[in-house]
Design a protein. Sequence first.
Length: 127
Amino acid sequence: MASFTEGGVVTFDTPVNGVVGLIPPDWGYYFDGRLDLLDEAGEWFYDKSGGKIYIYAPGGLDPNNLTVEGAYYEYGIRIFWQPDNVSVSDLDFRQQTLDGANVNQCDNVTIRNNHFSLAKRSGVNME
């Protein structure tokens, strides 16, 4: 990196290998994983060594006075690769980062009387 201006411009003096290929100099960039760049409502940073999560609360509110929830697990339950004849019932699945229930390559799976809320992709995904 040639230079970085806080809240301003990042300049690279050579091309950078990005996720989808070579990113040329003088192009746009996005950084995450740095506490000092937390500057927009909804952004967060996890300090692994300190075991703390920092958030930039909406409206300049103090996050200590808010209820803050986060999701960690991709699936509430994942039934994968031939565990046949499975029944899932009377459970509450909340805030999975992918699916509440994910069923893949199984036969005779019954999912009934469950509650699914705030899954990022779907409540039930049968692939």
